[in-house]
Design a protein around this ligand. Structure first.
Ligand code: HEC
Length: 166
């Protein structure tokens, strides 16, 4: 009698233990999934997905202004006016940073080229023997952030420059 009762109690305890183990496993799994999701969560600046340099996209322009001020202004200037003497660098480079507002030559380049110069740097586009001081932002900025910076840059161009861009 007492044996059967004990065995019964043991069975209930066993089920209790099993339940605890299953709950623990579920909690661990949930924690793991949460960690993975956290790892995939976008960075603060990446919460806006931008895939073109559209100066009419207010959200992209706002993000781009932040990106520009942090990553580009040190060379191209807070007002995008570039560095003085940008047209008269030494023959083998590096030239000072050109303006990125409508006063420079950037509006003569299509969006994809502006993107590629920003992502991969000026060197791949430089003539042989020329050293470019334009750094590559691949690995530092996301594609979204680069497109946003370009949207902001283009938002400063006068309408004629935007219309004339190839
Ligand atoms: C360390 C200084 C420096 C920083 C920082 C910098 N640039 Fe530049 N950038 C240059 C220089 C110098 C050139 C000219 C390259 C050359 O002569 O080969 C240039 C050229 C460019 C061009 C081509 C413009 C043209 O008229 O030919 C674009 C577009 C550009 N930069 C965008 C950016 C953006 C966007 C950022 C920020 C994400 C940035 N740059 C940050 C120095 C810099």
């Amino acid at each position: 009698m007492s044996r059967r009762v004990r065995r019964g109690a043991g069975g209930a305890y066993g089920r209790f233990l099993l339940a605890v183990v299953i709950c623990g496993a579920l909690l661990l799994a949930a924690g793991g999934i949460a960690l993975v999701l956290r790892g995939r969560a976008p960075e603060p600046g990446e919460s806006v997905a931008v895939s073109s340099a559209d100066p009419g996209d207010a959200q992209a322009v706002a993000l781009g202004r932040q990106v520009y001020d942090q990553a580009c202004a040190v060379c191209h200037g807070l007002t995008l006016a570039g560095q003085s003497g940008w047209q008269e660098g030494p023959p083998g480079g590096p030239a000072p940073a050109p303006p990125l507002d409508g006063s420079g030559r950037s509006w003569q380049r299509p969006d994809q080229m502006l993107f590629d110069i920003t992502k991969f740097g000026g060197q791949p586009y430089a003539p042989q023997g020329y050293t470019s001081a334009m750094p590559a932002f691949e690995g530092t900025l996301s594609d979204s952030e680069i497109w946003a910076a370009l949207a902001y840059i283009k938002s400063t161009w006068p309408p004629e420059a935007r219309a004339a861009q190839p």
